[in-house]
Design a protein around this ligand. Sequence first.
Ligand code: NDP
Length: 342
Amino acid sequence: MPQSPSTNRRIVLAARPQGAPTLQDFRLEEAPVPTPSEGQVLLRTVYLSLDPYMRGRMSDRPSYAPPLALGEVMVGGTVSRVVASKHPNFREGDLVSGTAGWQDYTLSDGQELMALGDTAHPSYALSVLGMPGFTAYHGLLNIGEPKPGETVVVASASGAVGAVVGQVAKLKGARVAGIAGGADKCRYVVEKLGFDICLDRYDPQFAQQLANACPGGIDVYYENVGGAVFDAVLPLLNIGARVPVCGIIAHYNDKALPPGPDRLPMLMNILLYKRIRAQGFIILDHYADGFAPFYRDMSAWVAEGKVKLREDIADGLENAPAALIGLLEGKNFGKVVVRVAE
Ligand code: NDP
């Protein structure tokens, strides 16, 4: 669809998904580009981050944030260019990160914007130097507390959060086993990210291979996925293991609880007799105290080449729905970012 500068393309929630989202659950609309008032800036989206939490916002069920209303613009972290400014702190041309959502243009009063300055890699503000990187850092270091020589396991190991978890765990002296979907991702996780080993979750022998890879058990399991991966991990957890519960993407499209038998008593029994600490967290709660130290450490590690992240770039706002659907199916290879404009 040709796009004139007076038109704001935006993608809204058209329907609530039943199970996995489909393209029909999204709608591309056009609206006039808004004009900034005194104290506002007009932002042009350059990069849009796609993240698993967006699936939760599409459903009308209890969560840590209210659901999107039908017809509302899909939420999302963004890197944007200031194209007009009536705000004293921002000038035309400035690059900022914020939450403009799935649209070409938006207005902001500047409150939640972070100026990016001159940066060689602006999209990192949505990945390793932004929310997913902070999630990995906080969950691993403040809840997982890995010690040198301990075994850390993390799934979706080539993705935005998992890749950072494993590399930071290595920097802290742990032995790291990754889990990823397929041989290519596993090869990348070991050869490029420096994990000690990576297991393919699609391999029919996956559970046995994980047990073989962790002969001394698992001290920290950074939970990103749930499902069959968690089933394989659970019997391997050591006494005193820590489990930062970050996400359970294997269940985000579930329509109901899985059929029995009810394994809750078994889970609680293992937590009890092994004195395991499993702690959920939502990264939004930790920005005030935690973001600055994270940003300082991670900027240095990225600059020194100690932490790397592969990006999986989708071109064009109109391709965001398919890219989000793919992310939820494990089709992405790296952090999913939509390039909305040059
Ligand atoms: P990723 O870039 O890792 O992409 C998602 C990956 O999940 C897929 O590539 C796939 O990896 C894996 N996956 C998908 N379906 C399944 C399945 N059925 N079983 C196992 N793995 C599956 O996403 P993020 O790094 O952005 O997010 C990782 C997790 O962190 C998510 O659960 C997310 O919700 C959570 N999160 C939580 C936050 C918080 O505040 N608590 C903040 C940010 C993220 P593969 O095919 O390689 O296995």
